[in-house]
Design a protein around this ligand. Structure first.
Ligand SMILES: *[C@@H]1O[C@H](CO)[C@@H](O)[C@H](O)[C@H]1NC(C)=O
Ligand SMILES: *[C@@H]1O[C@H](CO)[C@@H](O)[C@H](O)[C@H]1NC(C)=O
Ligand SMILES: *[C@@H]1O[C@H](CO)[C@@H](O)[C@H](O)[C@H]1NC(C)=O
Ligand SMILES: *[C@@H]1O[C@H](CO)[C@@H](O)[C@H](O)[C@H]1NC(C)=O
Ligand SMILES: *[C@@H]1O[C@H](CO)[C@@H](O)[C@H](O)[C@H]1NC(C)=O
Ligand SMILES: *[C@@H]1O[C@H](CO)[C@@H](O)[C@H](O)[C@H]1NC(C)=O
Ligand SMILES: *[C@@H]1O[C@H](CO)[C@@H](O)[C@H](O)[C@H]1NC(C)=O
Ligand SMILES: *[C@@H]1O[C@H](CO)[C@@H](O)[C@H](O)[C@H]1NC(C)=O
Ligand SMILES: *[C@@H]1O[C@H](CO)[C@@H](O)[C@H](O)[C@H]1NC(C)=O
Length: 764
């Protein structure tokens, strides 16, 4: 199978839902006939009254009720067709279209199936034409699923129908743990593990062996594929409750995709979920939907439709009954993790902004020489950039002064952030190494025209930080001024055509290689305001603080975007070892970096701005040429921006990352790379993050590691499977046990809000 056709993708949906999400009509008689849905007014009225029922403090309703409601919104065929047409120009910017369709064999074998995005879009348009979509949601979900199947964290289209009205969830977060770090891991209800770790339960926790009557691991592997990551073990980890994700509050993936965190929130989980335990008992939980809008007066699918077409239709403006402004507690439910250490973390030694980066020690004589830099994010908020960079600088200085000789960098949950923060963290640790960082764009007409226009306009002015020509400076600091980057040899380009220099890989066109010029005077415009360590005012930082052997990186697989950039430098150029936690219940090696390895995303609004400015910047003699080009004609519609969820802008991966010395042109995204050591999660690690750091330190420096490879494969036959958890091996954990447990229980209320701040963003 060369690619996954949409019909197969749709087949997947029946796993999670009693009703298949698409109901193809058997006899499509009329393309615009939605009569079948217009009489179905009850479901939304039921949601509305459940939403306003006394005692409903958290705006939740049964999942099935919400699903029936959203499904009853009729499809606006005209709007759907213009949307499909208007989004095509943006799809041109996605760098991996050809590689997704025809990936390397190892990617197909170990990572994901091929997917033909362009054929999938054609197929959706044909389904609209044939009347096959039951309503707005079926259309929105088919589009969501197509793009999601690329498993590229930078590539997403979440329409209003999928992301703006309901988020789904299950009330029971799970974890996957090995009882002792050696037995194969099994799945437990996290509340059971809490009870066991803090000795508050009298029963022996028993593993979840089946979900909805199917083998639990098989069921979960299948569910995990709804996640944002590409790597299968990383996707598996992301199903579960994890302290690092929880430390990010509502901007992380919450309590895991099983319970509706991250991308789990956009998939209908069925009415109920039945868990069967190893001890023979079973439990059925009712799944829920979190209502994101004020349901006042919304008693039918048609009323709800006014939401979708609010900006485009008269109905939305004139209706008056739909209260568009009172969006309830989307953010309020996030637990207050902002003060002090995040739950399950030790006291902070050097604090960074908002728990995005913190320095810790391990309070135990055996680990006196180990410092830990926890970096669950690379910053999406401009206010935090300077403080984020300073945290490493201050912590490294303090750790060295306190006699620490070893450093663990824990990048668990790190979905990326400011690209230059990844470069900078590497430079702080390896000041003498020039990061390679080769990138390229997809070569297509609009990109070429923007480059021609920007380069012509920008090169007439000096390249300087203090200028009154901000409009010029904005162009000078993008990729599209040829002067803004270096070539593959780290030398300046001499013209736009030399930089653009299209070449063919895998049947598609790509620009030549560009590398960031770290001493560019305009670098701080792209870096959120920081200068890069080793350059400019920070040129005096020249001493490497730790030997490469004395540094390790710990991963949970959720390492994407800027985190993948940082990892590439650390592993390939710094020679630092990668420790990967968790994974599926097997004994195979796993990858460390499981998230997108594309090195830059752009939301469509930014692409639209680039294109429109390309026309405006043209000289008077050239104006006409640009106005009549794709730039002038294809980037003026606002439909694709308006119809997409207000919680997540549509975006593309616009830059591929490339490995030094690899002439094949294969983006890093399509390469499989194992970690140096794999460790299973244990029950302690789900309540106390220092248990993770100790296990990694033991394996690297203590000579008593439990790396899966260390004992594989000679003891394969003897490998036992975890089925129950005896009393906590740590016994009573300390005086404030009850407080810690209460804090952890509170985090169950965290709901993923906006993942944007966790994605590598940089104006090109
Ligand atoms: C819509 O379809 C129904 C049958 O499902 C049919 O009775 C009706 O005439 C159709 N309406 C239009 C406008 O074609
Ligand atoms: C069986 O295991 C489940 C899950 O740990 C637990 O809730 C239940 O109390 C156990 N039942 C018995 C009889 O031990
Ligand atoms: C999920 O399970 C269904 C059948 O139960 C199967 O058709 C599908 O391929 C599975 N999906 C994945 C991604 O494994
Ligand atoms: C789901 O659970 C609820 C409450 O436990 C129950 O009323 C309902 O019948 C169940 N639905 C299905 C489809 O099993
Ligand atoms: C359908 O969409 C079109 C184009 O956006 C809009 O003009 C029209 O009012 C919409 N129809 C309904 C019923 O909302
Ligand atoms: C690549 O560029 C060539 C030359 O401009 C063009 O003919 C071809 O259609 C392009 N290929 C793709 C996939 O866009
Ligand atoms: C980087 O950019 C600056 C101008 O901002 C230029 O002076 C310098 O030569 C460039 N460095 C390299 C290595 O290209
Ligand atoms: C970055 O360096 C420039 C000089 O190259 C300086 O003007 C600016 O203040 C520096 N920024 C910070 C945040 O230190
Ligand atoms: C580098 O220079 C700055 C400003 O002069 C100073 O504050 C800092 O301590 C110096 N750092 C090193 C490592 O020399």
């Amino acid at each position: 199978m060369r690619y996954t056709p949409l019909s197969v993708l749709i087949g997947l949906l029946s796993v999670t839902s009693a009703n298949p999400i698409l109901h193809p009509r058997t006899t499509p008689t009329n393309t615009n006939n939605n009569t079948a849905t217009t009489s179905n007014t009850a479901p939304c009225a039921a949601v509305s009254s459940a939403y306003f029922a006394p005692g409903n403090h958290d705006s939740t309703v049964p999942a099935q009720m919400a699903y029936d409601c959203i499904k009853s919104v009729p499809l606006n065929v005209t709007a759907a067709k213009s949307l499909m047409r208007e989004m095509r120009p943006y799809i041109n910017w996605q760098t991996t279209i050809a590689f997704l369709k025809n990936p390397p064999a190892e990617y197909v074998e170990k990572i994901q199936h091929p997917v033909d995005i362009l054929a999938g879009l054609d197929e959706i348009e044909a389904l609209i034409d044939s009347g096959a979509f039951f309503g707005e949601y079926d259309f929105g979900f088919a589009l969501y699923r197509l793009i999601q199947s690329a498993h590229d964290g930078h590539f997403s289209i979440i329409l209003d129908s999928v992301g703006d009205i309901f988020n789904f969830g299950r009330t029971v977060p799970l974890v996957s743990v090995s009882e002792d770090g050696l037995k194969l891991p099994a799945v437990f209800a996290y509340a059971d593990v809490l009870g066991q770790q803090f000795n508050t339960i009298s029963y022996t926790p028993s593993a979840v062996v089946q979900i909805d009557g199917q083998d639990a691991a098989t069921w979960l592997e299948n569910w995990s594929q709804w996640g944002i990551l590409q790597d299968r073990d990383a996707l598996y980890n992301n199903i579960f409750y994890e302290l690092a994700q929880v430390s990010l509050g509502s901007s992380g993936t919450g309590t895991g995709t099983f319970s509706g965190g991250g991308r789990g929130r956009w998939v209908f989980p069925g009415a109920n979920t039945t868990l069967t335990f190893a001890n023979g008992t079973s439990q059925t939980i009712e799944n829920y939907a979190h209502v994101l809008i004020n349901m006042n007066g919304i008693d039918s699918g048609e009323k709800l439709q006014q939401y979708f077409n609010y900006f485009g239709s008269d109905a939305g403006n004139a209706g008056g009954e739909v209260n568009l402004h009172a969006v309830p507690d989307v953010k309020a439910a996030a637990a207050a993790t902002g003060s002090g250490s995040p739950p399950g973390y030790p006291p902070i030694i050097v604090a960074g902004p908002s728990n995005l980066i913190n320095g810790y020690y391990i309070d135990s004589p055996d680990y006196n020489d180990v410092a830990v830099l926890s970096v669950p994010n690379f910053v999406g908020d401009a206010d935090y950039e300077i403080a984020f960079q300073a945290t490493t600088r201050n912590f490294v200085a303090k750790a060295l002064a306190d006699g620490k000789t070893k450093l663990i960098i824990d990048v668990s949950a790190n979905g990326g952030g400011t690209v230059m923060q990844g470069y900078d963290l590497f430079k702080q640790l390896f000041p003498s190494i020039l990061p390679y960082g080769a990138t390229r764009w997809r070569a297509h007409e609009a990109a070429d025209l923007i480059g021609q226009s920007y380069s012509a306009a920008a090169s007439q002015y000096p390249r300087e930080l203090n200028t009154i020509q901000f409009y010029i400076q904005a162009m000078q600091s993008t990729y599209f001024d040829y002067e803004s980057d270096d070539n593959v040899d780290y030398k300046p380009f001499t013209s736009w055509p030399e930089k653009y220099a299209p070449r063919v890989y895998n049947g598609d066109n790509f620009t030549g290689i560009a590398r960031y010029n770290l001493s560019d005077v305009l670098i701080s415009i792209n870096s959120g305001g920081i200068n890069i360590t080793g350059y400019g005012p920070l040129a005096n930082y020249t001493k490497q603080p730790f030997k490469a052997d004395n540094v390790i990186i710990v991963y949970d697989g959720y390492c994407a975007s800027t985190c993948s950039i940082f990892s590439e430098f650390m592993r390939q150029q710094g020679g630092v070892k990668a420790f990967a936690m968790g994974g599926r219940p097997n004994m195979s090696p796993i990858q460390a970096v499981g998230g997108v390895k594309g090195v830059n995303n752009l939301d469509w609004e930014s692409i639209q701005e680039l294109a429109q400015l390309g026309v405006r910047a043209a000289s008077p003699e050239e104006k006409q040429r640009y106005e009549n080009s794709v730039l002038g004609l294809d980037y003026n519609a606002y439909g694709p921006l308006i119809r997409t969820s207000s919680y997540s802008s549509p975006g593309c991966n616009v830059r591929d990352g490339l490995r030094e010395g690899d002439d094949s042109g294969t983006p890093l995204q399509f390469r499989y790379e194992e970690a140096d050591c794999r460790l299973y999660y244990t029950p302690e690690m789900t309540v106390d993050v220092t248990a993770i750091w100790k296990a990694a330190a033991d394996a690297q420096w203590g000579g008593k590691g439990k790396c899966v490879r260390d004992w594989w494969p000679w003891s394969k036959e003897k490998r036992e499977v975890t089925t129950t958890l005896g009393r906590s091996r740590l016994g009573k954990r300390g005086a404030d046990d009850a407080k810690v447990m209460e804090e952890l229980l509170k985090t169950f209320a965290i709901r993923t809000d906006n993942q944007l701040t966790g994605d590598g963003f940089m104006k090109p």
